[in-house]
Write a protein that binds this ligand. Structure first.
Ligand code: HEM
Length: 133
């Protein structure tokens, strides 16, 4: 199974790639009406995902927990629901998806708070390891 930090970085990079292509499309078409959706794709999808990936790379104990995988699934789902939800809300079609995506995003951050509280960044998995002299 791919390490969780790697999954966060890979997914974040894919979201960034999509967000940048979307940004170029917005610039080329001179239609910036969907820029809030583009902003959320880049900021939750890339920036937040990368910060989470860095945290798990620094915290092997947290990275090996099942909660980290639940966290990854929640953040990914929040981006995949929230971003199209913002598009639909801007287009005046429905706000339901944006609301569900927002709840998923908040839940994923609340879970991250819990994970950070339960683990120390830099904490090794083997507690018996002695520091090098
Ligand atoms: C190829 C790369 C990118 C292009 C061409 C691009 C293009 C754009 C354009 C045209 C806008 C609308 C500006 C306006 O109407 O005032 C915009 C807004 C925005 N972009 Fe990007 N962008 C790119 C990458 C990124 C990245 C990497 C991030 C964040 C990490 C980002 C975050 C934002 C944010 C937060 C907004 C404002 C959203 C709003 O308040 O409506 N963009 N971008």
């Amino acid at each position: 199974m791919r390490p969780i930090a790697n999954l966060f970085f890979l997914t974040g990079a894919i979201f960034a790639l999509c967000g940048m292509v979307w940004g170029i499309q917005m610039s080329a078409s001179h239609d910036h009406s969907l820029s809030p959706a583009h902003g959320h794709l880049n900021l939750i999808g890339f920036v937040s995902m990368s910060v989470f990936g860095a945290y798990y790379a620094l915290s092997p104990g947290a990275a090996q927990s099942m909660l980290a995988r639940v966290h990854y699934a929640l953040v990914t789902a929040s981006v995949l629901v929230l971003v199209p939800g913002i598009v639909l809300a801007i287009q005046g079609q429905t706000e339901v998806m944006a609301k569900i995506g927002s709840v998923l995003a908040v839940a994923s951050m609340a879970l991250f708070v819990l994970i950070v509280l339960r683990n120390r960044a830099g904490q090794t998995v083997t507690s018996s390891a002695q520091p090098a002299e």
